[in-house]
Every structure is written in structure tokens, then in C-alpha cells.
Design a protein around this ligand. Sequence first.
Ligand code: ADP
Ligand code: MG
Length: 202
Amino acid sequence: MLDADFFRRWMTATAMSVDREAERLTALDSPIGDADHGSNLQRGFTAVAAALEKEAPATPGAVLILAGRQLISTVGGASGPLYGTLLRRTGKALGDDGEVSEGQLAEALRAGVDAVMALGGAAPGDKTMIDALVPAVDALDAGFGAARAAAEEGALATTPLQARKGRASYLGERSIGHQDPGATSSALLIAGLCEAEEAAGE
Ligand code: ADP
Ligand code: MG
């Protein structure tokens, strides 16, 4: 079972990897965007980590709802409301349980990803974060490692795609040949599940 501590570790592990990879995320957002994805998420997840330390929510759902709220209020770009919605909706779907199963998390994340698609209007293949998140959720029943591999593969597979949503879509065919920054950061978020699991009992 996964408790609030696991979810806090997930968010702090993601904050650390976003911090580590911020320059790369911004570099990916340079040819097909406005070169701010790394700094956007760095600001957002720094706020998430600080809020979680200050408030220490008692349930998995409350951890994700607080994290999502921080992202929405601190990230200026398109990715803030989208990631914020992902975490808030996932948190709401987890309800008030003090511990949740991996199956419950998989189901809740599915609801979160559906909410991102509803908000942003992107479908798989549009060269967005959805291209990492949907395969990850599909693989989650096979474990966090399988979800991470699927997300990383999904992010890499955005390179040959033409963007149909977000800033990159303004480039039309010129968006082809570049890996999507949001799909890349989504793979970091999913990898954070493995890191939270590995850190259990430390
Ligand atoms: P902005 O585009 O406002 O500068 P960011 O650079 O932080 O925001 O984030 C860009 C990323 O957001 C893209 O790489 C893409 O993955 C994701 N994105 C943009 N628009 C959408 C959308 N409508 N649906 C899903 N993801 C989107
Ligand atoms: Mg940008």
C-alpha cells in the first residue's frame, strides 16, 4: 500500500529531477517553443516541495491536491495548469484514504490524464505530454518500472511527430524532428514513482 509519505517522496523526487534536468527541458523548448519549460517547472516544483514540507498533508489525495494547486499558481506557461490539473484530479480520485493500492493509483492517474486531455484538447500523437502520460498509465498495471519505460519511450517517440497542440503547433511541419519538452518532463514525473518506491524504508 502507498501512504502519504510515498506521495511526498514522489513529489520531492520529481522536484529534484526537474531541478537536475531544467536546462535540458528548456533547451528542448527552445527550437519548438519559447525556451521556458525547464524554468517553469523548476519554479513550480520548488514551490511544491516547499508547500509539502510546510503543510505535510496526511493523505495521498491531499498531497497531490496541494501539489497541483502550487503548480497552477506558480507556473506561468501552458504546462502549469495542465500538470496542476493532472495532480489535482488524480488526488481527488484518490479520495480521503490514508493508504491506497497501486491499482487505485493507476485508476486515479487515468482520471487525471483524462482531465488533462479534456482541458488541453490534446490526443495521443499530437506531440504533447499526453504522448508520455497515456502509455505510462497503460503500463502501470505492470509496475512503476514498466510505466517509466513506457513514458520514456513515449517521449522519444514524439520526435518525428508534427505538433498539433500548444506553442509548437504554430511551427507546423517545422516542429518535426524535435523531442517534445512536456513529454520529456512527464517521463521525469513518472520516473519519480520508481524513485519514491526505491526510497521506501530509508
Ligand atoms: P508554454 O508552451 O506556455 O511555454 P511550457 O513551455 O511550460 O508552456 O510547456 C510546453 C509543453 O506543454 C509542451 O511541450 C507540451 O508537452 C505541453 N502542452 C502544451 N499545450 C498542450 C495541450 N493543449 N495539451 C497537452 N499538453 C500541452
Ligand atoms: Mg515554453
